[in-house]
Each structure stands twice: as structure tokens, then as C-alpha cells.
Ligand binder design. Structure first.
Ligand code: FES
Length: 133
């Protein structure tokens, strides 16, 4: 019998390395700054998706529109225990874990146990698109 019936260990390891690199290029790039990605870079959202007098959790941000045409954004981590807030109502940004709520207009605490405002983020309006960073 001549030749190897199975690929060498070296060939298998090289193939696995190429597959891992391919997966990272596809998967890693998809999470960097695309709309609602949850990544740490800038995030975009359509202004029309943010309700007047309310808001929406977009990636790692909470984007609000307290009054028509005025947009605000905050980091989505509750300042009580650094866990993500879960909901934006027509009155507040709500962390249901222990009941804290925050102002749509400035992220300040409305009800505890949190004692510090949400971290302010920057909203840049470009036509119908909001970029949050
Ligand atoms: S983590 Fe938000 S209220 Fe406790």
C-alpha cells in the first residue's frame, strides 16, 4: 500500500486555521458598527424608528426623542449594577432588574436604586439617519 489514506495531522491543522480565520473575518466584521449590532463602535438608526416621546434600545445605546426632532442617546448600562436596561416606555428608560428608571431627556435617575444618570452618548443627525457614538 502506498500513500496516506488520511490527511496528515499538519494538513488538518492548516485547514482548521484557515477556517477559523475565514469565520473571524466574516463574523468579526459584521459586529463592528452596523445598525443595532451591539458593538462598541458607532451605531446607526433611522430617525423614523425612534418614537416621539419615547425611545428604543439600539445596540449598546438607548436612543430617545423626548420632543419631536430632538434626539438624545445614552449608554444602555444601568448605573445600579452595570446591567443593560430592558425597556423604553413613553415616560422613562426602565431597568426592570431592581426597578430603576431614567429620564428620556437627560438620562437622570427618576427612581432608584440607581443613584447616577445613564452615561450620555453623542447623536449626530445626518438626514434621516442618526449616528450614535
Ligand atoms: S441593575 Fe438596574 S436597577 Fe439594578
Amino acid at each position: 500500500m502506498t500513500g496516506q489514506p488520511f490527511p496528515s495531522r499538519r494538513a488538518v491543522l492548516e485547514s482548521a486555521g484557515i477556517a477559523a480565520i475565514t469565520l473571524c473575518l466574516g463574523g468579526c466584521a459584521a459586529g463592528s458598527g452596523t445598525s443595532g449590532s451591539g458593538g462598541s463602535g458607532p451605531t446607526t438608526v433611522a430617525a423614523a424608528d425612534i418614537p416621539v416621546g419615547g425611545g428604543k434600545i439600539v445596540g449598546t445605546f438607548v436612543v430617545t426623542q423626548p420632543t419631536k426632532g430632538t434626539f438624545e442617546a445614552f449608554g444602555y448600562l444601568c448605573t445600579h449594577q452595570n446591567l443593560p436596561v430592558q425597556q423604553v416606555s413613553d415616560a422613562a428608560i426602565i431597568c426592570g432588574r431592581h426597578g430603576s428608571s431614567f429620564s428620556l431627556a437627560d438620562g437622570s435617575v427618576l427612581t432608584g436604586p440607581a443613584t447616577k444618570a445613564l452615561t450620555k452618548a453623542t447623536v449626530t443627525v445626518n438626514g434621516d439617519t442618526l449616528t450614535i457614538s
